[in-house]
Every structure is written in C-alpha cells, then in structure tokens.
Design a protein around this ligand. Structure first.
Ligand SMILES: NC(=O)c1ccc[n+]([C@@H]2O[C@H](COP(=O)([O-])OP(=O)(O)OC[C@H]3O[C@@H](n4cnc5c(N)ncnc54)[C@H](OP(=O)(O)O)[C@@H]3O)[C@@H](O)[C@H]2O)c1
Length: 236
C-alpha cells in the first residue's frame, strides 16, 4: 500500500496515540498533536504543539507538518474533552468550552487540511465522535451536542469533497479504557458496562482498527458513514 501523510489530533495519549501507532504500522508517516508539545511512547511519530481551540495554533501545527512531512492526506480529528454536569447547573462556559474543543476544533483542522487534499485529489478525514452523540446522555448535554455536531460536519464535508476523492466518516466509540473513562465514578462505569452487550470495555486499538480501514485506499467508496465501535451498546 502507498504510505500517506497522516495527522492525528490529541495523538499524545489514549485513543489518539493508538490510532497514530496503528497508522504508522500501516506504513504512513504520522504526525500527532499535543498541547504540551511532548508525548510519551511516540517513537517514530512527529509531535507538533497544537491547541485545537485556537485557529492560529491549528494553522501553525499543520504548517509544521507540511514543512517536515508534506501535505496532510489523512486527518483523524480525535482531540476531545468532557465537562460533565446536569443541564440546570451547566454554565455557558462549560457548554461552550466543550463545543469549542470537540466540534469547532474538528472544523478548524478539517478546514486547514482540506485545501491540500483537494490539490492532491486524495484525502481521508475521520472524526472521533461518541455513541453519546447518537443517543444523548444525562449529565453530558454539552459533550453529546458536540459529538452529534461532528456527524453533521463530517457529512457536509463528505458532500462538498466527494468528487475530489476525499472521504469523511465518523467513528463512534462506546466505553473505551482510557484516561477519559477513568474520570467517571466506579458506579457510572459499572452502570455503563452493564448496558454493553459484549460485557466488556473496548480497547483503544479496536477504535484504531476501524480508523485504519476508513483511511485506507480500499475505503475510497466509503464516505458519509457513522460507524459505532461499541460492543453493541448503541443497537438499543
Ligand atoms: N474513552 C472513551 O470511552 C471514549 C468514548 C467515546 C468517545 N471518545 C472520544 O475519543 C477521543 C479520545 O478520547 P480518549 O479517551 O483517548 O481521551 P483522553 O485520554 O482524555 O485524551 C484526550 C486527548 O485530546 C487532547 N485534547 C483535549 N483538548 C485539546 C485541545 N484543546 N487541543 C488539542 N488537544 C486536546 C488531549 O491532549 P492533552 O494530553 O494535552 O490533554 C488528549 O490527547 C475524544 O474525542 C473522546 O471524546 C472516547
């Protein structure tokens, strides 16, 4: 297969790092963003500093990837945060901060890399959403709205760029064993686990496997899709 140039936002840990390593093993040159500019366990990956809530920071990070590796051909928009709380107690800042990082962040990065993909007439964009974006979740109105928004963003990109051989797809992880899940209480985790038909938490590499397919040459006719990777949780 042809090695491509890939960028994974929030690739310094958790699901993002697993995706970056998997794409690297598949033969791609992979850059990851990290807010601190450092990343543990990122041997063989280019680490660039980036905060996706800041347009200048996004543009500078992609400039650096272009200088060091070349035009980004595969984008995995993975960076995300939670600021949970019940709606009646959720502040405007708690709502807006999560939308800014999870949804507008994805838009900023996609807009920056789209031009290069158009010129190269090849591109793959994958947005890491969540099953919470499909079904909603009490205490996560901000997060659910941001993750549902990624589906509208991705589908719109898929339509705008379909004739340029650029695809856009969404992966919706269920509960995956990372730092983000460990922020939940034991009770919250056990309640969620009880609802997963597979009866276990997912592993970051299981998300990475789905992303590897969606970013492959073979997936050129797969665009505008939403793929849950959730042990069956979202089937209801
Ligand atoms: N774990 C799950 O169960 C689960 C389920 C569904 C969906 N997801 C989604 O999967 C993605 C990865 O989750 P994870 O579990 O791997 O989370 P994580 O371990 O908490 O990692 C989050 C990543 O996002 C980065 N990030 C956060 N805000 C950022 C910003 N403003 N600019 C740039 N990078 C930023 C973090 O960078 P720093 O290291 O600098 O903080 C980190 O690399 C997220 O979008 C999450 O919503 C996770």
């Amino acid at each position: 297969m042809t090695g491509r140039i890939a960028l994974v936002t929030g690739g310094n840990r958790g699901i993002g790092l697993a995706i970056a390593k998997r794409l690297s093993s598949a033969g791609h040159q992979v850059a990851i963003t990290s807010r601190s500019g450092t990343a543990e366990g990122a041997e063989g990956l280019l680490v660039v500093t980036c905060d996706v809530t800041d347009t200048d920071s996004v543009n500078a990070a992609v400039d650096e990837v272009e200088e060091k590796l070349g035009k980004v051909e595969i984008l995995v928009s993975n960076a995300g945060i939670t600021k949970d709380g019940l709606v009646l107690r959720m502040t405007d800042d708690d709502f807006g901060d999560v939308i800014d990082a999870n949804l507008t962040g994805g838009f900023r990065v996609a807009r920056r890399v789209a031009k290069g993909m158009m010129r190269g007439r090849w591109g793959r964009m994958v947005f890491i959403s969540s099953i919470v974006g499909l079904g909603g979740q009490a205490g996560q109105a901000n997060y659910a709205a941001s993750k549902a928004g990624l589906i509208g963003l991705s589908n719109s990109l898929a339509k705008e760029f379909a004739t340029r051989n650029i695809t856009a797809n969404v992966v919706c992880p269920g509960p995956i064993e990372t730092d983000m899940l460990m922020e939940l209480t034991d009770d919250q985790r056990e309640t969620m686990l009880a609802m997963v038909p597979a009866g276990r938490l997912g592993q970051a590499n299981e998300i990475a496997a789905a992303v590897e397919f969606l970013t492959s040459e073979d997936a050129g006719y797969v665009t505008g899709t939403v793929l849950p990777v959730d042990g069956g949780l979202s089937m209801g």
